[in-house]
Design a protein around this ligand. Structure first.
Ligand SMILES: [Cu+2]
Length: 384
């Protein structure tokens, strides 16, 4: 335990308590002095000065923390639209900072300058039309400008129509990891369904081969159970085996019905899909990501690409972006040879949420082709 830290906290608390006790003492002593009107020119001056000091301390703290912690903000964007998002961010932040630096000194300065005085009488203004129009119109125009700017950027970022020539990747979320699927040679992702999930088929991809394997596995289980049922004597155990057989038969029926409901083309599309646990992306090429979730809502957040999309069970969401800087270039730029781009979950989805992340490697076109060929080969070997 850090006793030094605890001691500091205790001292801090004691100082606060002392401060309030002193204030109480002053109040009580003034009451004793039969000073009924406690607001005096002197007390107004003290309060005004305190406000002035705290106002300037606030502005000073703002600049200090920017100087001190400014380097902790997100590093430069590494995607095409990320530059736009950052422009939007900088415009909004810039406006806020300018207003803050102008308005805070005015707010606290005026409270000091125009503090109450025995000799001063306040004006009474019921309202002023010009002033009302001015302070309604200016924020309206500025905020409308920001919103329109934001909508234009959002429209560009989520324009799915420009995704036709993009590399198709599916990102699959589940508690608590990510799996990805490349569409393979045909650049078409095969159908996926959560009911087809199995340890050997983590994305529930529905293809002829997967169907045959999973249907066959159930068949073997049913035959085994039927044999067991013949020799089992215990009535309770007999019943549980019979239940299991019934369950597997209905599962088979469900597989068959779903399998027959999708087109031949979709079944074929999944055959060459490549499932991976690390993402490789070629630089300067459009990537279309489709997101699915198996259990709860997750959010795929790629901070360096300024991209984020919710992954919702039963729904397919998507996002298109173009990485512009390779991992190697970014490492050189940061001077950190162990830097990696990352995709992480940005929705608190359960107890291992903090650890739900996937590495992203941005490489050159040639390196990407090489990696993809390697993955396709491993896939072939696994399927043999
Ligand atoms: Cu999650």
């Amino acid at each position: 335990m850090d006793w030094n830290f605890i001691l500091k906290i205790i001292i801090g608390l004691l100082i606060i308590i002392t401060f309030f006790q002193v204030i109480r003492l002053i109040e009580l002593s003034s009451r004793l002095a039969k000073n009924k009107d406690q607001v005096t020119d002197r007390s107004n001056k003290i309060n005004g000065l305190l406000l002035l000091i705290s106002g300037f301390a606030l502005v000073a703290f703002f600049f200090w923390q920017r100087a001190k912690w400014g380097h902790l903000i997100l590093q430069d964007p590494a995607s095409e639209h990320g530059v736009l998002i950052d422009q939007l961010w900088h415009t909004t932040m810039g406006l806020i900072i300018i207003l803050f630096v102008i308005l805070q000194p005015i707010l606290f300065g005026f409270s000091f300058l125009y503090r109450g005085k025995e000799t001063r009488k306040a004006h009474f203004i019921s309202h002023n039309n010009k002033l009302e129009i001015f302070w309604t119109a200016v924020p309206t125009v500025v905020l409308a400008g920001l919103i329109v700017f934001g909508l234009i950027v959002w429209g560009k970022v989520t324009d799915v129509n420009n995704a036709k020539d993009a590399i198709m990747i599916e990102v699959y979320a589940k508690q608590f990891n990510w799996t990805a699927r490349y569409a393979g040679e045909d650049n078409k992702l095969g159908d996926g369904h959560v009911r087809f999930y199995a340890p050997s088929n983590p994305l529930g991809v529905v293809t002829e081969s997967m169907y045959q394997i999973q249907y066959g596995e159930l068949e073997t289980k049913i035959i085994d159970d039927k044999e067991k049922l013949l020799i089992e004597k215990n009535i309770g155990k007999k019943k549980s085996i019979a239940d299991r057989i019934a369950r597997n038969i209905s599962k088979q029926k469900m597989y068959k019905a779903y399998y027959n409901s999708i087109s031949e083309e979709e079944k074929m599309a999944g055959e060459d899909d490549i499932v991976v646990t690390e993402l490789y992306l070629p630089v300067n090429q459009k990537v279309a990501m489709k997101f699915r979730s198996q259990d709860v809502i997750h959010s795929a957040y790629m901070p360096h690409f300024r991209a984020q999309m919710n992954c919702v069970p039963g729904l397919s969401t998507q996002f298109v972006f173009t990485p512009t800087i390779t991992t190697k270039q970014y490492q050189d730029y940061l001077g950190k040879p162990d830097f990696d781009y990352i995709l992480l979950c940005n929705k608190i989805c359960g107890n291992a949420h903090y650890n739900m992340k996937m590495k992203i490697v941005v490489v050159t076109e040639e390196e990407y082709e090489l990696w993809l060929a390697e993955q396709a080969e491993t896939r072939m070997i696994k399927n043999m």
